[in-house]
Design a protein around this ligand. Structure first.
Ligand SMILES: Cc1ncc(C[n+]2csc(CCOP(=O)(O)OP(=O)(O)O)c2C)c(N)n1
Ligand SMILES: [Mg+2]
Length: 389
């Protein structure tokens, strides 16, 4: 973690969206070569997956929203690699990379994009709602900043279980990802306040890609040259990390997470990165120049990590080729699976809305066409004809 000299509170400097970040070269961690190579494969898989999502969107196979993660792969892969599998993760709508890095299959992820039953949420969530309970991924949330109190809640839950119910030591740390645009949401300040107050083991990771839709960060956010001050204001440990460098993300996040785990305390990360594509598929990127994009693309996280592995003799050019071929094959298979997977039936429209133990539906807003079923969570087509509700 690096300490920067801080500017006075009143000063605001317009820089971060146009200047690529660079950090000092980091050592390869002493881990098995297969692990280091698996991280490279994950990054390639995410990029291939996203490129094919863009194509499928243009072919109208994917509808609704679609926010791709190209350029930010080192963040999801590096952060996940630095954590234990039992550590919960919650994130925003730009979530395909986190899902794949956490271990969701390409099939489940792509079928969710296609709105098909083979998807992780049976095709009812779509691009913004990747959810994977066995892999401790708690979404995928579309309301900007809404996932940050959930992150604090997850950390409260694990801490309570570890320390109070089991009478032991805190074991788990939650990662709550958010975009730089979410930093100005009131809910985020409440979440940080509670995290600081209750000593919650949560790390708020601001994926600072410099833009919130078409608004450059310095136009909408105070102290945009150093967001960590916002975490410090709530008593959180702070870090600024080069999110375009897989090894920097891994090393710094690992150190920070182990501190949070040992001390059962929260942290705030300003994760500097850049999204190569538009905010979503419908964004023509008129608010920035092609030159700016090219400057950042030269700093590509996949190329940088590949060079580190090549320099240390962990991989060869042949390995890279075969990794890329296997990622292409995996995503091709996921697309075929998604094409063949059925659409969710109409009779599933009202299932998975409420959890069964919450009991019978008590409200008065139930639509007539539910046929008067009083228990919405277990509602099925009452006329026996699927799809004709
Ligand atoms: C409460 C709320 N306000 C506005 C929106 C519309 N909206 C969707 S994404 C977005 C930009 C968020 O940018 P950022 O947090 O930086 O994330 P990024 O897209 O860069 O990953 C906005 C304003 C929303 N979804 N929720
Ligand atoms: Mg952003």
């Amino acid at each position: 973690m690096r300490n920067f000299v801080r500017a006075p509170l009143t000063m605001s400097i317009s820089t971060s969206s146009t200047t690529p970040v660079t950090s000092q070269p980091r050592k390869l961690p002493s881990l098995p070569a297969e692990t280091l190579v698996s991280w490279l494969r994950q990054m390639h898989l995410i990029r291939e997956f996203e490129v094919r999502c863009m194509q499928s969107y243009q072919e109208k196979k994917i509808g609704g929203f679609c926010h791709v993660y190209i350029g930010q792969e080192a963040v999801a892969v590096g952060c996940t690699a630095a954590m234990k599998h039992e550590d919960p993760i919650v994130t925003a709508y730009r979530d395909h990379g986190h899902a794949l890095a956490r271990g969701m299959t390409s099939r489940a992820c792509m079928a969710e994009m296609y709105g098909k039953v083979g998807g992780c949420a049976k095709g009812k969530g779509g691009s913004m709602h990747m959810f994977d309970r066995p892999n401790n991924l708690f979404g995928g949330h579309g309301i900007v900043g809404a996932q940050t109190p959930l992150g604090a809640g997850l950390a409260f839950g694990t801490k309570y279980e570890d320390e109070v119910i089991n009478g032991g030591k805190n074991r788990r740390v939650t990662l709550a990802f958010l975009g730089d645009g979410a930093v100005n949401q009131g809910a985020f300040y409440e979440a940080m306040n509670l995290a600081g107050l209750f000593d919650l083991p949560v790390i708020f990771i601001v994926e600072n890609n410099g833009y919130s839709m078409g608004t450059a960060i310095h136009r909408g956010t105070t102290m945009s040259h150093d967001l960590t001050i916002k975490g410090r204001a709530h008593g959180l440990k702070e870090a600024t990390i080069d999110g375009m460098d897989m090894l920097a993300v891994y090393h710094d996040m690992h150190e920070l997470a182990e501190w949070c785990r040992a001390n059962s305390r929260p942290a705030f990360v300003d994760m500097k990165c850049y999204r190569y594509k538009g905010h979503s598929m419908s964004d023509p990127r008129k608010y920035r120049t092609r030159e700016e994009e090219e400057r950042h693309e030269l700093n590509d996280p996949i190329g940088k990590y590949e060079r580190a592995l090549l320099d240390h003799g962990v991989i060869t050019d042949e390995t890279i080729k075969s990794i890329m071929a296997s990622c292409r094959e995996e995503v091709r298979d996921a697309i075929q699976f998604s094409n063949e997977s059925p659409e969710p039936p109409m009779s599933d429209l009202y299932t998975d809305v409420f959890v069964e133990p919450w009991g019978r539906f008590p409200g008065s807003s139930q639509p007539d066409f539910t046929g008067g079923a009083t228990n919405v969570c277990s509602f099925r087509a009452t006329n026996g004809k699927e799809g004709l509700l």
